[in-house]
Design a protein around this ligand. Structure first.
Ligand code: PLP
Length: 400
C-alpha cells in the first residue's frame, strides 16, 4: 500500500505501539520511573540493548508516541522532544557548537533564537554571522568561509520572510555545516525541510502542532545519528517534555491537517482584505504576489501558512485603539492556535529587542502580527472591518 497522506498520518501515525488495555487513545503515563523484577532485563534496558523505559527525564511512553508522530509527519529517521521550542533550539545548538566554532544564520529569526545568537553564543566564544534574510548571495558567501552550523527559519517571525531552503542547504552542506531549519510557521503540512536538503528540523510544538494554546513543547527531527546526540544532551541537561503536555500535543496533532488547511485559507483571505484597507500601510504574507518571497514560497511550500503581519498608518497609536476592538482575537504572545491571535511585534515576537534593534530588522513599531485561527472567514473579516471603522476620528486624522 502507498504511504498515507499527511492528513491520515496526523491522525494515525506513531500511536499503535503505545496503546494499552485495548484503549484506542495513547495513555498519559505519569510515572517518574519504570521498575524491573529481572535484574538482567533492567541492565539491558539501562544500557540501551533492549527497548524500554528507565527514568522519566530520559524517556516516557506518552512522550515517545509524540516523537513517533512528528517523526513520521516530517519524514524523518528519528525525532526527540523538549519541554519548549526554545529548549529544542538551545539544546540543539549547544550539542553542536563549541568555543571557536562559527554559525551562519539570518537576521529575522524568532526573538528568543535571536537572543541566543546575540547574547549567549558570543559568551561561549561562538562566532555568529547573521545575514540579511532573503539575501542568498550574502549567505552563500558567508557559508563558503566555513562554519559548523547553518540555522534557518522560514517563513520568519513576524514579517514572514522566505529563505530558499534547497539553495542554502546545498551551500551549507558544501561548507560541511549541519543545516537546521525551524519549521514552526510552516508546519509539516506546508513544508518539508528534510526533503529540501536540511539535516535537522525544529518545531515549537507549542504553536501549530498542538494548536490549542494549552501545552508547551518542542521537537527535533532528522537522522538517527544527529538526533541521538541532541537527545543525549537533553536527557542529561533535563529539558524534558512532560507526559501531560505530550498527550495534549498528540491530541492536537490529530487535527493538524484540517486546522492548517483552514488557517492557510483564512490567512490568505485576511491578507487580501487588509490590502484594501486605507489605514493599512503594508501587508506581509508569502501568498501575496507582492511579497518578496512569493516565488520561492510557491516552489518550496504546499500552502503559505496561517501567519501574516501588517503595518498600520499612525503606528503604535492606531495599534492601541485597533486591537482591543477585535471580538474574535486573543491579544496574546502565542500563535498557531485555533483562535485568531493578534499582537504588536514589539510586544510579542521581538519584545526582547530594543526599538533600535527592531528598526534595524525592518520591524516597524506599528507592525501587527496576525495568527489566523479556524473561525469562519466572514466573521474574521467583519471583525476587522468593524474594528477599523471604530477607530477614533482624531487617531485617523493624525495618521494621514
Ligand atoms: C514560539 C517559537 C519558538 C519558541 O518556542 P517556545 O515553545 O515558545 O519555546 C521558536 N521558533 C518559532 C518560530 C516560534 O514561533
Amino acid at each position: 500500500m502507498k504511504q498515507p497522506n499527511i492528513g491520515t498520518q496526523s491522525i494515525w501515525a506513531g500511536e499503535n505501539d503505545y496503546l494499552a488495555f485495548g484503549a484506542t487513545q495513547v495513555p498519559v503515563v505519569h510515572s517518574v520511573s519504570f521498575g524491573y523484577d529481572d535484574m538482567d532485563d533492567w541492565y539491558d534496558v539501562a544500557v540501551g540493548q533492549k527497548e524500554g523505559h528507565i527514568y522519566g527525564r530520559n524517556t516516557n511512553p506518552t512522550v515517545q508516541a509524540f516523537e513517533e508522530k512528528i517523526k513520521i509527519l516530517e519524514g524523518a529517521e528519528s525525532a526527540t522532544s523538549f519541554s519548549t521550542g526554545m529548549a529544542a533550539i538551545s539544546n540543539t545548538l549547544s550539542t553542536f557548537l563549541f568555543p571557536g566554532d562559527r554559525i551562519v544564520s539570518i537576521k529575522d529569526t524568532y526573538g528568543g533564537t535571536n537572543k541566543i545568537f546575540t547574547e549567549f553564543l558570543p559568551k561561549q566564544q561562538v562566532d555568529v554571522m547573521l545575514c540579511e534574510t532573503g539575501d542568498h548571495e550574502a549567505a552563500e558567501a558567508e557559508l563558503a568561509k566555513g562554519c559548523q552550523v547553518l540555522y534557518l527559519e522560514t517563513p520568519t517571525n513576524p514579517t514572514v520572510k522566505i529563505t530558499n531552503i534547497k539553495r542554502l542547504a546545498k551551500a551549507g552542506k558544501e561548507s560541511g555545516a549541519i543545516v537546521i531549519v525551524d519549521n514552526t510557521f510552516a508546519t509539516p503540512v506546508n513544508q518539508h525541510p528534510l526533503a529540501l536538503g536540511a539535516d535537522l528540523v525544529i518545531h515549537s510544538a507549542t504553536k501549530f502542532l498542538g494548536g490549542h494554546a494549552d501545552a508547551l513543547g518542542g521537537a527535533l527531527c532528522g537522522s538517527k545519528e544527529l538526533v541521538e546526540k541532541v537527545y543525549h544532551y537533553r536527557e542529561i541537561n533535563g529539558a524534558t517534555l512532560d507526559p501531560m503536555a505530550a498527550y495534549l500535543l498528540l491530541r492536537g496533532m490529530k487535527t493538524l491537517k484540517l486546522r492548517v488547511d483552514k488557517q492557510n485559507e483564512n490567512a490568505m483571505a485576511v491578507a487580501r482584505y487588509l490590502q484594501t484597507v486605507d489605514m493599512v500601510n503594508e501587508v506581509f504574507y508569502p501568498g501575496l504576489d507582492s511579497h518578496t518571497g512569493h516565488e520561492i514560497a510557491k516552489e518550496q511550500m504546499s500552502g503559505f501558512g496561517g501567519m501574516l503581519s501588517f503595518s498600520v498608518r499612525g503606528g503604535v497609536d492606531t495599534v492601541r485603539h485597533l486591537l482591543p476592538k477585535l471580538k474574535y482575537a486573543n491579544r496574546a504572545a502565542n500563535l498557531g492556535a485555533v483562535e485568531t491571535i493578534v499582537g504588536p511585534a514589539r510586544t510579542t515576537s521581538h519584545v526582547e529587542c530594543t526599538p533600535e534593534e527592531r528598526a534595524a530588522m525592518g520591524i516597524p513599531e506599528g507592525l501587527i502580527r496576525y495568527s489566523a485561527g479556524i473561525e469562519d472567514i466572514e466573521d474574521l473579516i467583519a471583525d476587522l472591518q468593524q474594528a477599523f471603522a471604530a477607530l477614533p476620528a482624531d487617531v485617523v486624522v493624525k495618521a494621514y
